[in-house]
Design a protein around this ligand. Structure first.
Ligand code: 13P
Ligand code: SF4
Length: 380
C-alpha cells in the first residue's frame, strides 16, 4: 500500500485543488462517492467545518466514530475527516483479525486527508515519557495496583501500552464508566494525557483533589511529586490539556450568568475544573448536541467547545439563543486542516488506485492497542 510521506509532493499535487471553487470540489467528491458506492465510507467528527461534514456518510463523537469503524463490514476504505488518533483507532478497529477474516483477508484502507491533522493534546504524552513514568512508579509503589487509562486522544502506542498492562481506553462519553471499571479492579489509576477529563470525572465520583497528584513529564523526580503523594493517590493525572478547551475560563461563565440570568452553561469535560464546576451540562460533543436538540424553543445557552460545532448548532437551532462561551476564537486548528481540497485530492487518488495519506498502525502496536480498545467497547 503506497503511503505518501513526502510533504513537498503533497503540496505540489494539492495546489491545483486549492484553485478550485467549493462547488467544483464538492461535485468531484460526489463523483468519487457515486463511483465507489458502499466501498467508501466518509466519517466526520463534529468539529469539522460545515462543507466537509456535509459530505460525511456518518458523523459522531469519538466514541460513536470508534463504534462505527468497529462495526464496518461492507466498506473497503474509510476517509476519516477528523484527526490522526481517530484515523489510527479506525484502522485498528476496522482491521481487527476477525473482521479481516470475514472479508476474506481484505483490509480496510483508512485515509486521513491531511496528515498534519494531529491533536496537540495527544502530542503531550509520548510513549517514552509514559514508559519512564511507569518505571518510576514501579520503584515507588506496586504498579500491579495501577490501572493505566488512556484518553482516546492519544497515539496508538499509548493504547498499546495500556493493552500490555491490562489497561483501557476511554472517551469523553464513557470516562466515568471506565474509571469505575478501573478502580473496581485496581487501587489506583494512571490517567493520560488529559488532566482535566481525568480530574473532572474523578471529582464527580467523589475522589478528593488531594488523591489526584499531577504527573509532569518534564520533571525528573516522580513527575514533580513526593513519594507520599503517589502513595496516597487514587488517580494520577498526566499534565496534558487541550489547547482549545483551556481557553474557556471561569470569568466567562460569570459574565454570561450576570448578563443573561437563567442561561444554561454547556461545556465539554476537557475544560478546566473551575469551568466545569459551574456548568449546568457537561458532556461529549454528542451530548452537547443532544442537550440543544432536546431543549425547548427559547432556551439560552453559552457553550464551551470547539467553534465550528457551536456555530453549526447556532445555525441549525434558530429557535434557541446560542452563545459561544469565550470571547476568543477557540477553534481546533488541526481539525480545520481537513478541507475540501485535501478531501477531493485524497478521494480522487483513492478512486484511481493510488491511495495517499494511508494511516496504518503496525501489527504489533495494533494488536496490543486493540486489547485496550476492546475493553473500552465492553464497558457499559
Ligand atoms: P468527543 O469525543 O467529545 O467528540 O471529543 C473529541 C475531542 O477531541 C474533543 O476535543
Ligand atoms: Fe485535540 Fe483539542 Fe483538537 Fe480535540 S479540540 S482534537 S483535544 S486539540
Amino acid at each position: 500500500m503506497p503511503i505518501l510521506l513526502d510533504p513537498t509532493q503533497s503540496a505540489y499535487e494539492l495546489q491545483p485543488y486549492k484553485e478550485l471553487t467549493s462547488d467544483i470540489l464538492t461535485e468531484r467528491i460526489q463523483r468519487v462517492r457515486a463511483a465507489l458506492g458502499r466501498r467508501l465510507l466518509i466519517l466526520g467528527h463534529h468539529y469539522q467545518q460545515d462543507e466537509v461534514i456535509a459530505l460525511a456518510d456518518l458523523r459522531g463523537d469519538s466514541y460513536q466514530l470508534s463504534e462505527l469503524a468497529a462495526a464496518e463490514a461492507k466498506c473497503r476504505a474509510i476517509a476519516f475527516c477528523g484527526v490522526h488518533f481517530m484515523a489510527e483507532t479506525a484502522d485498528i478497529l476496522a482491521n481487527r483479525p476477525e473482521q479481516v477474516e470475514r472479508r476474506g483477508g481484505q483490509r480496510v484502507t483508512v485515509i486521513l486527508p491531511d496528515m498534519k491533522a494531529g491533536c496537540s493534546m495527544a502530542d503531550m504524552a509520548a510513549i517514552e515519557q509514559v514508559e519512564d513514568c511507569w518505571e518510576q512508579l514501579a520503584e515507588a509503589i506496586n504498579v500491579e495496583e495501577v490501572m493505566p487509562v488512556t484518553y482516546v486522544n492519544s497515539a496508538a502506542s499509548l493504547k498499546a501500552f495500556c493493552g500490555r498492562h491490562g489497561g483501557i481506553v476511554c472517551t469523553s462519553s464513557n470516562a466515568r464508566a471506565v474509571l469505575e471499571w478501573s478502580l473496581q479492579r485496581r487501587r489506583r489509576v494512571l490517567f493520560f494525557p488529559d488532566q482535566h477529563l481525568g480530574r473532572n470525572t474523578a471529582l464527580k465520583m467523589g475522589i478528593p483533589l488531594g488523591e489526584m497528584p499531577v504527573w509532569d513529564p518534564r520533571k525528573s523526580e516522580l513527575g514533580g511529586n513526593d513519594r507520599q503523594a503517589i502513595l496516597s493517590s487514587r488517580v494520577i493525572l498526566w499534565k496534558g490539556h487541550c489547547s482549545v478547551h483551556q481557553m474557556f475560563l471561569p470569568q466567562h461563565v460569570a459574565q454570561f450568568r450576570e448578563k443573561y440570568p437563567g442561561i444554561k452553561i454547556l461545556v465539554h469535560p476537557e475544560c478546566m475544573m473551575e469551568v466545569v464546576e459551574q456548568a449546568d451540562v457537561i458532556g461529549s460533543t454528542n451530548r452537547i448536541i443532544q442537550a440543544v436538540e432536546q431543549a425547548p424553543p427559547g432556551s439560552q445557552w453559552a457553550i464551551g467547545t470547539e467553534l465550528h460545532l457551536v456555530q453549526r448548532l447556532k445555525h441549525e437551532h434558530p429557535e434557541q439563543e446560542i452563545h459561544f462561551l469565550s470571547p476568543m476564537v477557540c477553534m481546533c486548528a488541526t481539525m480545520y486542516r481537513i478541507d475540501l481540497p485535501h478531501l477531493c485530492w485524497a478521494l480522487e487518488n483513492l478512486a484511481a488506485g493510488t491511495p495517499v495519506n494511508v494511516v496504518r498502525v503496525d501489527e504489533e502496536t495494533a494488536s496490543f492497542a486493540l486489547e485496550s480498545l476492546r475493553r473500552m467497547l465492553e464497558v457499559k
